[in-house]
Design a protein around this ligand. Structure first.
Ligand code: THU
Length: 129
């Protein structure tokens, strides 16, 4: 799948976002090492701290399906600038895929490519325990 196609999958996933509080839908599309695609959206609750981001939704779906290694993640939102994963998502993604390629897109599908190591320098990980 091309980067553009992966971003289109993330934009598709935005459609099921449950965001009655922030009105800020986000979609994510995560590719496992075996090529399987997992999508996710953000899901909020009246107790605002319950919210789970699109990226972690996709990751949790994948890990609960038995996946442990990932190659690429696309993130989509209706933003002027490129939408990047929040700190909690970066940390949780790092657990499984420190070398993940992260495609951060804007409302028009333009994107900027990062590695997760770039987005989370000096990450805490199992080796630090
Ligand atoms: N959100 C995501 O799903 N991913 C991001 O990368 C940034 C933030 C969600 C959390 C919350 O539902 C809403 O966007 C506003 O912060």
């Amino acid at each position: 799948m091309t980067h553009t196609e992966l971003i289109a999958k993330a934009r598709e996933a935005m459609k099921t976002a449950y965001v009655p509080y922030s009105h800020f839908p986000v979609g994510a599309a995560l590719v496992a090492k075996d090529g399987t695609l997992y999508t996710g959206c953000n899901v909020e609750g009246a107790s605002y701290g319950n919210a789970i981001c699109a990226e972690r939704t996709a990751l949790v779906k994948a890990v609960s399906d038995g996946q442990r290694e990932f190659s690429t993640l696309a993130v989509a939102a209706n933003t002027d600038d490129f939408c990047t994963p929040c700190g909690i998502c970066r940390q949780m993604l790092y657990e499984f895929a420190p070398d993940l390629v992260v495609l951060c897109s804007d409302r028009d599908g333009n994107y900027k490519e990062y590695t997760l190591r770039e987005l989370l320098p000096g990450a805490f990980s199992a080796k630090d325990l």
